[in-house]
Design a binder for this molecule. Sequence first.
Ligand code: KIV
Length: 265
Amino acid sequence: MPVTVRDVRAFKERGERFTMLTAYEAQSARLLDEAGIPLILVGDTLGMVVLGYDSTLPVTMDEMLHHTRAVARGATNALVVGDMPFMSYQSSIEEGLRNAGRFLKEAGAHAVKLEGGARVVDLVARITEAGIPVMGHIGLTPQSVNQFGGYRVQGRSDEQAHQIVADAKSLEAAGAFAVVLEAVPAPVAAEVTRTLHVPTIGIGAGPDCDGQVLVWHDFLGISDGKLPRFVKRYAEVGEQIKQAASAFAAEVADGTYPGPEHTYT
Ligand code: KIV
């Protein structure tokens, strides 16, 4: 049975911890689906891990819709969440509502995610009223990297921590069905998780969130460079790809590939 937002709420009611992973195309969505991952996020991390931008800011609606369509074609059970890119919802409620609708109408997503607390609650309410489930995202919101002055843990001061709890409550009141907490101290995430009736999904937010999310290239060991502390690599696919490519090159060079079994007679 396909996962719905009711199932996501029920995970929390039953105290069942759950997972979300990002995907950007059909085959990886199919694999996550077959692994039983209930939520697939087509994150705007697309810009960095797939398209080679150095932040999520350049990502466009067209790019997000293109990749969300591919994911929706690959996933049959998971709830597919489309991430609203920078400036697709910041300038007006009407534009935000129209773009949220495009994820469902044109790309086959089941829900959208957008970043921000108090400043987006009116929009969240409008999108939800239109029948589009919304996932909130607070703490370190990468679309505001320039305002934060870098990718920094949020909520370390009492004032910031209170703001995060207040933002989470406002998002829930506006109708969000879940809230992502990114890079916040574990005690703050625990407090938000205790306070909300809808589930929290943590990324760098400690063990007490209702769910956890990781990015495809990070959890598979494809990303390089210095990774945030919260990333756990569950495989070393990047190394395997390099070994496979070298093996292919070597076999072509020495004439081992293609062999008779790969050749039409
Ligand atoms: O864009 C993304 O992949 C995200 C996750 C890091 C939560 O927002």
